[in-house]
Design a binder for this molecule. Sequence first.
Ligand SMILES: [Zn+2]
Length: 285
Amino acid sequence: MPELPEVETIARGLARRVTRDVVESVWLGQKKEPLKSSASEIAATLEHSRIAAVRRMGKHIVFDLEKNHQVRARSSAGGRQGSGNAKAQWVVHLGMTGRLQVCEPQTEVEKHTHAIVRLSSGRELRFVDPRRFGRLSVAPAADFDAGGVEPLEVDLDPFIKLFRGRKTPIKSALLNQKLLRGVGNIYADESLFRAGIRPRRRATTITREQLEKLFYAIKEVLAEAIALGGSSISDYVDADGEEGFFQLQHRVYGREGEPCLICKTPIKRVVIVGRSSHYCPKCQK
Ligand SMILES: [Zn+2]
């Protein structure tokens, strides 16, 4: 399952390839699950739109779209349309196995292709997803809200406030997408290790000093993973998609029973809200 750093890397790779291209037409498959907006709405929003930007919001990939001609306002509450450019967004969530492929039209269409977006450059942007947990939607008023705050952008004080009074384990608070968007299981474990906090600790009992460590640990872990991903993304977007995922050198995640890299104590694994959590019983309190 792609986590925040992978989605960030994929979004950057897509931005390099399709920014300023224009959508000529859209083909959508028959399977209903991948379509969170109706097929007709997705097609109407994308067709004849210019891709102004591609970026990550949480674990979503957001294509900012512009239509140069004034389109009929879809809702009176819109109000986001300025200088004759109607704005909208195409939002892709990759789910477990979703991929976005930029390719030439003669490239064989893979099994499990659910959307083909034909671009004026002659290339195609295809959404392929064997397990169909991925989702495609549109926000015609460009008001997509991914929920929570962006872990790479949030400041220290608002970050600390997120956990105030929360009796849940810190691990579940980190995975709660309504608080922080996009921090997944691996990066939560790795950040907690670097901050010296046990995953089961109740969020409300963690001192400000420890939360400050956690704040910097999350940013550091995510930034390192994004930096590692930069070199592999061309494979991911262009080719068969099996390649290109990179892994941060995990210090605790997936290392149950192996010695802690700092103190040699065997790493423990516990299950918290259905997710495996890994920690060092000596380094983490
Ligand atoms: Zn240790």
